[in-house]
Ligand binder design. Structure first.
Ligand SMILES: Cc1cc2nc3c(=O)[nH]c(=O)nc-3n(C[C@H](O)[C@H](O)[C@H](O)COP(=O)(O)OP(=O)(O)OC[C@H]3O[C@@H](n4cnc5c(N)ncnc54)[C@H](O)[C@@H]3O)c2cc1C
Length: 482
């Protein structure tokens, strides 16, 4: 049984990892177009500073991330944020702490929400209407997260909480993001409790009764998320997986037995019984254009956003007082959507006399987002100086632009995923996985990569052994004879 994995981001690596853990022997080839593995996971170590150029953490309440970390033997590297969670929101002219117990959009504690200065008294009265309003969602009809929240809690909650928090994570406005693909729990909450606020408060009470405090759900690795990629590369190699970088798949052809022959950019061909397409939206759409045009069209309809991460290192002496908070979200016009003070949030990110700050600049903040690097850095540093009172220039800066690679799950996204699945029904051992389709968070990508590997291999097993050959990759026995 041979599995081909196209793309060496976290989805493809997780798919390959799953294949090595099957009872049956699976020969795995992972092909990555660029010269490095990890895709958007990208860590740099320089002068005692740990820069995360892509994601910097993952949520631990979705178990796939922590589980993979444990399977790789990295459990002792897992770290949580330093101290208690302390994130602010810049609203109504200044930084204001997020109310204790605030979830992504809803409060799990009533009093801090009632007393917060982030919302105006009128916004709070409007939000309270949620307690009495009837259900607003139509079963089976997706809508924007912002639409539901506006109907139930009013524009204040959308503008002050939902857009900065959810929009900050997904790089898009809640008025575009799909309820069913991004926050399906809101539909479940409305169905079960009618009021979203009552549902969130009930969940908060339950969590507190079970002894789960207001701790942050985020986790990362001491040496950065790049160490997850390094461990996967090492252990996949040890398990006999062939991992190749600089290997771009350009064309896919179905084999008679239901497998695949992939043609690389240099004309080399690689065949397999099953395949995971984990190269992202654009690559998967392009590769499926001839074989499954409907899947390709559906993938092409997933908008791709650009996002930029600006990392800045300041001397501690540049601050009026050492920063204590872990960062803030912007609820007011600014050249950034939010800031993580990485050296306060995570241990070991910078030397003691340095402060590492990471600012996010989504494309919706255009034109600033598309300014040249020096202009962008200047905009961001002026803004930080104004908000934090910083009195010196950064001693090191890094700008990482992720151009048109952030999939935005807009309304109807799940229908598009269903179209992809229907279009590939005739080729059940070909599976599209990861951030293109079923979740952009790292745990989602890991879970989906693993699940799709199981489905692809099971489908190939049902189809029976094929005559596929690896033209360029020696089999295990060939390797041991060599
Ligand atoms: C700035 C930023 C911050 C983020 N923050 C967080 C966070 O804090 N927490 C979180 O959980 N998630 C976060 N995310 C989201 C998360 O990082 C991504 O959704 C996830 O890493 C995507 O993984 P993937 O493997 O599906 O895709 P990718 O990482 O995009 O990997 C796809 C790989 O396929 C390769 N490829 C493409 N075409 C081909 C081809 N034809 N042949 C061979 N290889 C090909 C590409 O080179 C690439 O390496 C963030 C993303 C960004 C950009």
């Amino acid at each position: 049984m041979r599995l081909l994995v196209v793309g060496g981001g976290i989805t493809g690596l997780a798919a390959a990892w799953e294949a090595t853990r099957r009872d049956e022997v699976v020969e795995v080839v992972l092909l990555e177009a660029s010269d490095r593995l990890g895709g958007k996971l990208r860590t740099e170590h320089e002068d005692g500073v740990l820069y995360e150029h892509g994601p910097d953490s993952f949520v631990s309440y979705k178990p796939a991330g922590v589980q993979l970390v444990k399977e790789l033997g990295l459990e002792d590297q897992l770290i949580r944020i330093r101290g208690a969670r302390s994130v602010s929101l810049r609203a109504r002219g200044r930084l204001r702490p997020l109310p204790q117990g605030m979830g992504m959009v809803l409060p799990t504690r009533l009093w801090p929400f009632v007393t917060t200065r982030i919302l105006s008294p009128l916004d709070k009265v409007r939000a309270a209407l949620d307690l009495v309003l009837p259900r607003r969602l139509t079963p089976g009809r997706d809508e924007a997260i912002g639409t539901l929240l506006r109907k139930r809690l009013g524009a204040g909650v959308v503008h002050r909480f939902a857009d900065p928090m959810v929009g900050g994570i997904y790089g898009a406005s809640v008025d575009d993001l799909s309820l069913d693909a991004v926050l399906p729990s809101l539909r479940a909450d409305e169905t079960a409790h009618r009021s979203l606020m009552l549902a969130a408060l009930a969940q908060g009470r339950k969590a507190r009764a079970a002894g789960r405090g207001p701790s942050s759900p985020f986790a990362t690795l001491r040496e950065g998320l790049g160490s997850l990629v390094d461990a996967l590369e090492e252990q996949l190699g040890a398990a006999g997986v062939t991992v190749r970088t600089g290997a771009s798949v350009e064309r896919l052809t179905p084999t008679e037995a239901g497998g695949v022959t992939a043609t690389l950019s240099d004309g080399e061909e690689v065949s397999a019984d099953a395949m995971i397409l984990a190269g992202g939206v654009a690559a998967s759409a392009r590769l499926l254009a001839d074989v499954a045009p409907a899947a390709s069209v559906a993938l092409d309809a997933v908008p791709l956003a650009t996002s930029t991460v600006v990392n800045l290192v300041y001397p501690l002496s540049a601050f009026p007082e050492p920063p204590t908070g872990q960062g803030w979200l912007e609820g007011e016009p600014a050249p950034i959507s939010g800031v993580t003070i990485s050296s306060s949030k995570w241990e070991g990110r910078a030397p003691e006399d340095r402060v590492l700050i990471r600012a996010s600049v989504p494309q919706r903040l255009a034109p600033a987002a598309f300014a040249p690097d020096d202009e962008l850095v200047s905009d961001v540093t002026s803004h930080l100086a104004q908000v934090m009172g910083i009195r010196a220039a950064p001693v090191a800066t890094r700008v990482m632009r992720w151009r048109s690679v952030m999939p935005i799950y807009t309304v109807g996204h799940l229908d598009r995923v269903a179209t992809v699945e229907r279009a590939l029904a005739e080729l059940p051992s070909w599976r599209v996985a990861g951030s293109a389709v079923r979740g952009v968070g790292i745990p989602d990508c890991i879970a989906d990569g693993r699940r799709q590997a199981v489905l692809a291999l099971d489908a190939a097993r049902m189809a029976g052994p094929s005559a596929s050959t690896f033209d360029s990759v020696p089999s295990e026995s060939e390797r041991s004879h060599a």
